[in-house]
Design a protein around this ligand. Structure first.
Ligand code: BG6
Length: 508
């Protein structure tokens, strides 16, 4: 594995939640695995007033609280946090950046990192543009000595127009290969494993098309509500928060053609082609193809759960969706006529992300008399939790006659090796350090995804007759989502925490 060059990571939004919960534990873990450069420092930038010591203490606590593995070695933490620095400033006025630059240069001189800087924007999205402009004005984006890379969190824009504008502004300041747009789903091992499953095995490819696949279903369910993020979420909603990025990227990797190589652009070109082939949903078809919902208060396992409208930071008249289910088509030779169903929601019964490939029924039901209606084969690719794959197919029940039983063949990722699965942020931060942009969204991908979703956002914003269905927290969302699925008696899969269980036999 390539070793990153010595560098400084500057984190804007260093006093925020993302830094504490995800970024610092991830960098700490990379350091513990000796995957950080020989010399590195982290400069946190934020509005909150803090000394270096305060910042180090806060981050030590975050590492203890939020690391995926329990961290017991205090020396390991204190050794790590000694390379953390903090600079307090308001991101908006240009004048603040000269102080930040001096601080950065001093660290650079002390550590000898040769001008290699990564700027991580872990701020509210409204700050991305102004920070980039100010960094450029301070001369911090030029790569005369050392590399300069910018990591941008999602959401990248609010719609097509704002996404385009942000791209345009960034391109005036830096080149596309300096920009790393984070979609943390692409950092998940099991999402990357989709490429291996599809393209390292000869047996899937011949079946992976309209001739054998009846429909594809992708679910990303969460059991938590909006927690402390009501303010952000109420202006975003599930379509922008989850569909525009995570779900569409999973669609891209499931539906793409084999890339010519593993080069960043070879893979991203194929994902882009899928996005370009999405059959546009007309505004008038939105009610037929897209169902939105919002969770209402309920009792889950004896505990009262607040409805969305009563969450902190949310308007009591909010029509923001906490659930979306949609049906669409991909207009190309591989997928023409195959419906794709995707859904995501908060406060659903369990946390699960999976891709279900439903194969077509056999053309002739030889065992119909004995077995009744046969179930079609399903391949389930489980992204999280209980990561793995499940194949559902029919077998003869032992004994007289031809009784047919649907059985499971399951593979659990954890059985593959005794290696821990790195967090998505570890993988992605490491990739930025070595300059590999394969797992980051490119400008054209982001814009094409917005282009597909814009008519839905417009229809929702302008047509109050399009319903927002309430669903009790802890249920699978509005029942109307089942009406999207074409075919008698067909429904979504109702998955459980454990890969091989579903519906009634569930561990939630
Ligand atoms: C984030 C969304 O991108 O993904 C959150 O903003 C969501 O609302 C989260 O909770 C889900 O990520 P994961 O990795 O827990 O599936």
């Amino acid at each position: 594995m390539e070793n990153p060059r010595n560098l400084v990571i500057v984190i804007f939004g260093a006093s925020g939640d993302l830094t504490s919960r995800k970024l610092m534990p991830a960098i700490f873990s990379l350091n513990s695995q000796k995957m950080m450069p020989e010399k590195f420092a982290i400069l946190g930038v934020g509005r909150t007033k803090m000394t270096n010591e305060d910042f180090r203490e806060k981050m030590s606590n975050s590492i203890v609280s939020f690391s995926e593995e329990k961290v017991t070695d205090k020396n390991l933490i204190s050794n790590f946090v000694k390379d953390l620095y903090y600079h307090s400033m308001d991101n908006v006025p240009e004048s603040g950046y000269s102080g930040m630059k001096s601080c950065l240069q001093e660290i650079d001189n002390n550590y000898g990192v040769g001008g290699n800087y990564i700027f991580y924007m872990a701020t509210p999205p409204s700050m991305y543009e102004v920070i980039a402009v100010n960094l450029a004005k301070a001369g911090l984006c030029k790569q005369d000595n050392g590399f300069r890379r910018v990591i941008i969190e999602k959401p990248f824009g609010y719609d097509l127009e704002s996404g385009r504008k942000l791209n345009r502004t960034l391109h005036e300041l830096i080149t596309e290969d300096q920009i790393f747009r984070i979609d943390h789903y692409l950092g998940k091992e099991t999402v990357q494993n989709l490429l291996v499953t599809r393209f390292a095995n000869g047996m899937f490819e011949p079946l992976w098309n309209r001739n054998y696949i009846h429909r594809v279903e992708i679910t990303s369910a969460e059991s938590i509500g909006v927690e402390e993020r009501g303010g952000y979420y109420d202006s975003s909603g599930a379509l922008r928060d989850m569909v525009q990025n995570h779900l569409l990227q999973m669609v891209g990797l499931t539906a793409m053609e084999p890339p010519s190589s593993l080069d960043a652009d070879a893979i991203r070109n194929e994902v882009l082609k899928v996005f370009q082939s999405l059959q546009p949903i007309k505004e008038e078809d939105v009610p037929k193809q897209v169902i939105r919902g919002q969770y209402t208060g309920s009792l889950i396992r004896g505990e009262c759960v607040t409805g969305y409208r009563y969450e902190k930071g949310v308007s009591v008249t909010s029509r923001t969706e906490t659930y979306v289910a949609m049906k669409f088509y991909i207009n190309n030779w591989r997928w023409g006529g195959v419906p794709f169903y995707i859904r995501t929601g908060k406060r659903l019964p369990t946390r699960v992300t999976e891709i279900v490939v439903h194969f077509k029924q056999t053309p002739h039901h030889l065992f119909q008399r004995e077995a009744g209606k046969l179930s079609a084969n399903q391949l389930i690719i489980r992204i999280q939790p209980d990561e793995g794959m499940l194949l559902k197919f029919d077998m003869k029940e032992p004994g007289a006659g031809f009784n047919v039983k649907n059985v499971n063949m399951d593979f659990h990722y954890k059985d593959l090796a005794n290696i821990r699965i790195p967090s998505a942020y570890e993988r992605l931060i490491h990739d930025v350090m070595i300059g590999d942009s394969t797992l980051f969204s490119r400008d054209d991908e982001v814009e094409t995804a917005w282009k597909f979703l814009d008519p839905i956002q417009r229809a929702w914003a302008t047509n109050p007759a399009i319903k927002v269905f309430g669903y009790p927290a802890g249920t699978w969302g509005p029942e109307h989502a089942n009406d999207l699925i074409e075919g008698d008696d067909l429904t979504w899969r109702y998955p459980c925490k454990n890969l091989a269980d579903e519906e009634l036999y569930c561990e939630l």
